[in-house]
Design a protein. Structure first.
Length: 370
């Protein structure tokens, strides 16, 4: 049933899927004197799903509004397909947008909400009804077509908002924190469902989120924004394994950050002496000179708790058995706290608080100039 209704989206009336690429070229935006978007360039391939990730207030919603045409940028160009759309009003950009608060019309039924965008087109009544029916089936809301938004849960309102955005067969789909109001179990279901809808419909999509797990799990590529600047735009594994900046390394996943100094520049890595003692092996996104002061980031899973005498001495603060893994928080001689994480087998228990251990590194750290 899902596949049948998806065909309704894939094939527009002309029989062509309407998938176009999107390009942002050197976008700047100021509200008054405050810069909010600072020289952002991004290019999405047709059908690509990217996550725009960043802390609250970094400019994500502003960027979506600029793409949709609700906000005119201070400078820069927005291209959809081969066309520059900066002079076009929102309703002529073929961009579907799902706002953070869903923004359903309270006085309209579910079906009327979904039909809203079609009302302004000259679509035949029957075709319109069929499209609304297909969209509601797609988001599994057909049985609630006559309800009003106030009679729906958050998750249901969310589905209606997605159906409404897709009904007009947009070339680009924009979703602003679409799952933020949903509880965790429903959020996972909706993430999987949205990804399936997006894949099958082949719609170029930007999903805005401040949730790094959501970004890493859903997106083909992640654009990480910090204070209006693009820190990195890359595949999720690349973002996690090869962070371009200290901000990326600490915002995505967990990182232990330690101060140190480059002691040796080797062929493809660096040896860093830590201020707290001991050395670590590190990669770096930009070349670092011998003697340079650095901050090194070590993922919890890159550290092993051992009894080997070579390791860095540490004391267990707490151990957490998290089901499939064990996390330890450890204190180094200078008071620095570090986290370690290791897969857990049945029966494994965390070490007790106060246990004296040694820490060893089994995957490279990443070093950034400090
Ligand atoms: N209409 C506006 N007028 C003035 N400042 C705004 C306006 N909208 C957003 N801002 C400010 O711009 C910054 C970015 O906002 P926003 O794009 O909503 O961030 P995000 O969606 O990443 O949380 C914030 O500091 C916010 O307070
Ligand atoms: Mg926002």
């Amino acid at each position: 049933m899902l596949l049948r209704s998806l065909k309704g989206i894939c094939m527009s009336t002309s029989g062509q899927p309407a998938s176009l690429g999107l390009a942002l070229e050197r976008i700047f935006h100021h509200y008054g004197d405050t810069p909010v978007v600072d020289d952002v360039s991004l290019a999405l391939a047709p059908g690509e799903l990217i996550a725009l990730l960043g802390p609250s207030g970094c400019g994500k919603t502003t960027l979506l509004k600029i793409i949709a045409g609700f906000q005119r940028q201070t400078a820069g160009i927005v291209r959809i397909g081969n066309n520059t759309v900066d002079a076009l009003p929102p309703n002529r950009r073929r961009v579907g947008i799902v706002f953070q608060n869903y923004a359903l019309f309270p006085h309209m039924s579910v079906a009327q909400n979904v039909a809203y965008g079609l009302d302004v087109t000259r679509m035949e009544r029957q075709a319109k009804q069929a499209r609304v029916g297909a969209m509601l089936e797609l988001v599994q809301m057909a049985h609630l077509a006559d309800r009003y938004p106030r009679q729906l849960s958050g998750g249901q309102q969310q589905r209606v908002a997605i159906a409404r955005a897709l009904a007009v067969q947009p070339s680009i789909l924009l979703l602003d924190e679409p799952f933020a109001a949903l509880d965790k179990a429903l959020r996972l279901d909706m993430q999987i469902e949205l990804k399936r809808i997006q894949r099958n419909a082949g719609i170029t999509t930007i999903i805005v989120t401040h949730d790094q797990e959501e970004a890493l799990s859903m997106a083909d590529r992640v654009a990480l924004l910090n204070r209006g600047k693009l820190e990195q735009f890359a595949a999720p594994t690349e973002i996690y394994d090869r962070p371009a900046t200290l901000f990326v390394n600490t915002f995505v996943g967990t990182a232990n950050v330690l101060d140190g100094r480059i002691e040796a520049v080797d062929a493809d890595s660096y040896t860093v002496v830590l201020d707290v003692g001991g050395t670590v092996r590190a990669m770096a996104p930009h070349a670092l000179a011998h003697g340079a002061k650095v901050k090194v980031c070590l993922r919890p899973e890159a550290l092993t708790v051992t009894e080997h005498p070579d390791g860095l001495p540490a004391t267990v603060e707490v151990g957490l058995p998290l089901g499939s893994s064990i996390v330890h928080e450890l204190r180094l001689a200078n008071g620095t706290l570090l986290k370690t994480a290791a897969p857990r087998s049945a029966g494994d228990q965390p070490l007790p608080g106060g246990a004296q251990v040694r820490l060893r590194q089994h995957a490279p750290a990443v070093a950034f100039p400090s």
